[in-house]
Design a protein around this ligand. Structure first.
Ligand code: NAD
Length: 368
């Protein structure tokens, strides 16, 4: 077990961390429950070849905390959690491993609800489901929500409308140029919405098949992966990688707004936010604009209904507008405004629970 575990938990206010080991299946997993004030902690299960246990612990603590903020700002009755399985997703996956993980999830009796994530798939979650009902992201055929990407893309599209309205005073995208990095599952569906809304769309992808699909099927053009940063555009929509807003790319960007689906877009919060503000670029915080994926799986908990999931994803327009307005009024970076709105909601509900039920938990410190 890594050193200083309790120090790590205290540092980010975690409620509970479970280390899971099964000798027969060789399962090594960590489940982190960050905060359950708003509801059970929902977050995906990532499988990765972590170099060591400290690295895995750090990742699950960081990711689970992010889920608390994401669910809170999206208005969901969910807390934040995440799980990591230490292993190679290409070689080490099998039914027994995931069923063994499912038993640990079951042991938490609903405090943590799992889902697919990087390195795990819908099929893997179906193995987990053989041992527990506390799992989402299963196939439509089994009553689940299936691929979340179309709902994520729909949410990003409405987030882009909100950003355009805040920046230009009108939400119409018809005369705007939008550069999308990554024409994968989300990028492709996003491009489709944008083209339908009359925007001029430029895409890039390292996968030529993805480029061909988008340019053949939709009215959009393409540039090479490196050129996407130099495209003169109104909106840059990162839909591929994290950490792509960094000191190397920022001086090259020729956009007014950054609004896309990729997770962890800012390589370093403080410096990126300062530079974005200096350059007057409006940044749509990634975990707010891409919350359609979480909204989609969260809908499974009440019996999946696509219409309802899409309606909630559309509401990202209203949530982002509030984030932008708060940031402008308080003269703070937009990602800080989003964090503050999430915290305000958690603290308000935590207060109600303490007042009416004597519920002791749910305290969360302010962001620094
Ligand atoms: P995906 O793997 O289907 O698509 C990503 C695409 O990016 C691929 O086509 C890949 O070839 C391309 N790519 C990789 N490196 C690139 C580069 N340097 N330049 C250009 N293209 C590059 O993934 P996705 O499901 O579309 O997700 C896209 C992003 O959105 C990811 O960061 C993901 O974490 C985030 N996200 C996705 C969802 C969802 O519902 N799928 C939800 C929330 C956040």
């Amino acid at each position: 077990m890594p050193n200083n575990v309790f120090e790590s938990l205290a540092h980010k206010d975690h409620e509970q961390v479970v280390f899971c080991y099964d000798q027969t299946t060789k399962l090594k997993a960590i489940i982190a429950v960050h905060n359950t004030t708003l509801g059970p902690a929902l977050g995906g299960c990532r499988m990765w070849t972590y170099a060591n246990e400290d690295e895995a612990l750090l990742d699950v603590l960081r990711l689970s905390r992010g889920m608390t903020y994401k669910a809170a700002v999206a208005g969901l009755n969910l807390g934040g959690g995440k799980a990591v399985i230490i292993g190679d997703p290409k070689k080490d996956k099998n039914e027994a491993l995931f069923r063994s993980f499912g038993r640990y999830v079951e042991g938490l009796a609903g405090r943590y609800i799992t889902a697919e994530d990087v390195g795990t798939s819908v099929n893997n979650m179906e193995w987990v489901r053989m041992e527990t009902n506390h799992v989402t992201g299963i196939s439509r055929a089994l009553g689940g929500s299936g691929d979340p990407s179309p709902v994520t893309a729909f949410g990003v599209f409405h987030g882009i409308r909100a950003a355009a309205k805040h920046y230009h005073g009108k939400e119409s995208l018809s005369s705007l140029t939008i550069a999308i990095q990554g024409a994968g599952q989300v990028g492709y569906h996003l491009a489709k919405h944008l083209v339908q809304a009359g925007a001029k769309v430029v895409i890039s992808d390292i996968d030529q098949e993805a480029v061909k699909r988008a340019t053949n099927e939709l009215r959009c053009t393409s540039v090479s992966p490196d050129e996407i940063y130099d495209v003169e555009c109104d909106i840059f929509a990162p839909c591929a990688l994290g950490a792509i807003i960094n000191p190397k790319t920022l001086p090259r960007l020729r956009c007014k707004i950054i609004a896309g689906a990729a997770n962890n877009q800012l390589e370093d919060d403080k410096s990126a936010a300062a530079v974005l503000q200096e350059r007057g670029i409006l940044y749509a915080p990634d975990y707010v604009i891409n919350s359609g994926g979480l909204i989609n799986v969260a809908n499974e908990l009440e019996g999946y209904n696509r219409e309802r999931a899409l309606q909630q994803a559309e509401n990202i327009y209203t949530i982002l507008t509030r984030v932008f307005e708060t940031a402008s009024a308080q003269k703070i970076p937009t990602f800080r405004a989003a964090d503050n709105l999430a915290l305000e909601r958690i603290q308000a509900i935590s207060h109600i629970k303490r007042t009416f039920t004597g519920y002791p938990g749910g305290q969360i410190r302010g962001v620094s």
